[in-house]
Design a protein around this ligand. Structure first.
Ligand code: DGY
Length: 386
């Protein structure tokens, strides 16, 4: 028998019971649910990762929908518990949903929401920050200062890599990968090489136009190339950022063999999912190649790091904060709440989950739709015509 978990209740007399497994930023998401007759229960348990048993206790006997987190294991057990409690909606407060067994949700007729369209720039900005931090050795230098070791300017002190004129490699040029590529090309005048199954036409046009602009101003133009394999990117790029989704085709995409073909002084950044990199192989590679640097937001066994990683000066590590800007996190909370609310109220699904601005406008009521339901086709849900 699971122990009861502590909760905070908003609008106790609301008709629909919506549970959030974590407190989320902002209050708009709570207000939007309350205005539509929901009783909102927020788990306040001081435990970072809730177990399946904890969540079953939160769902209880009657629950219309749950807003959950990417650290939770949403599979058969939880979807059957939610369905037994009368629930028809779940939303991850994340764009990624590799923690969710969508087939299990389909089996129980539960809609699964996610939050695209609101974290693109924020995540790309963190990837850019990690690229710079690693290339210019910011964390090492910061630790050196704080340790009181700086006793004067030296020609060889914390020498890193100049980005201008180097090549940035992007693996997975979807929304976030493309936004990152633009930042690095425009901000640092880097040339682009990318690998994606789909052609990133808008990105290519942007780099072409920017190259022409630079040339017209007497500067070296930037260039782009669509690689025919991931290996081509790994071999040619100086800074490589990984932006694929995690599935069995991308598990350990970067491994001992792929690391071996990268430049010895390359920078590798990962803000996608930890298991895309074989972290044990990475630790070994970093030890053998002190000029090779990484910036990691995600880890193979989150929240843990593989042994040895924390001791390496050529690794910059941050705790999965790529989407952690106030605007984005409040927006994610809003989208997750509206995904659940939309299904409860029988609203259609928004036709373009990447164009979610109308849901984020605080000065107008949101559209009567669920912003993004990943299994809408499987469940045969109607699509909004708005
Ligand atoms: C996501 O939304 O998938 C991100 O990893 C959260 O930061």
């Amino acid at each position: 028998m699971a122990k009861p978990v502590s909760i905070e209740v908003w609008n106790p007399s609301g008709k629909y019971r919506v549970v959030s497994t974590k407190p989320m930023p902002g209050t708009r998401w709570i207000n939007l649910l309350i205005e539509q007759d929901c009783r909102v229960e927020i788990c306040t348990q001081k435990k970072t990762i809730l177990s399946v048993e904890d969540i079953i206790a939160l769902i209880g006997d009657k629950c219309d929908g749950v807003i959950g987190q990417l650290t939770e294991d949403w599979g058969e057990t939880l979807f059957s518990a939610l369905s037994r409690a009368g629930g028809k909606a779940f939303s991850n407060m994340a764009v990624g949903y590799n923690n969710v067994d969508v087939d299990a949700a389909n089996k129980y007729g539960v809609a699964v929401g996610n939050t695209p369209g609101v974290l693109t720039e924020t995540t790309a900005e963190l990837a850019a920050s990690l690229s710079l931090s690693a290339a210019r050795r910011i964390v090492e230098a910061d630790e050196f200062m704080r340790a009181g070791l700086y006793d004067g300017w030296l020609p060889n002190l914390f020498v890193g890599n100049l980005l201008k004129g180097q090549t940035v490699g992007v693996i997975g040029a979807g929304r976030i990968g493309s936004a990152y590529a633009r930042m690095m090309v425009e901000g640092f005048k880097m040339n682009l090489i990318y690998y994606d199954l789909y052609q990133a036409t808008r990105l290519e046009k942007f780099v072409t136009a920017y190259g022409q602009f630079l040339k017209a101003n007497g500067e070296q133009p930037v260039t782009w190339k669509r690689a025919s394999s991931m290996e081509e990117v790994l071999r040619e790029a100086d800074v490589i950022s990984l932006h694929p989704i995690l599935d069995k085709t991308t598990y350990h995409l970067v491994n001992k063999n792929s690391l071996a073909i990268m430049k010895k002084e390359a920078v590798l950044v990962n803000c996608s999912r930890g298991p895309v990199i074989d972290e044990v192989a990475l630790v070994e590679h970093l030890k053998q190649n002190p000029m090779f640097r990484v910036g990691l937001d995600v880890f193979e066994d989150e929240p843990y790091m593989k042994p040895g990683l924390a001791d390496l000066k050529n690794a910059v590590v941050v705790p999965h904060i790529a989407s952690a800007s106030k605007w984005t996190r409040e927006g994610m909370a809003t989208l997750a709440a509206l995904n659940v609310l939309g299904k409860i109220k029988g609203y259609p699904v928004w036709s373009n989950p990447n164009q979610v601005e109308p849901f984020l406008n605080e000065n107008a009521p949101p559209p009567a739709a669920s912003p993004s339901i990943v299994n809408s086709k499987a469940l045969g849900l109607p699509v909004s015509r708005l």
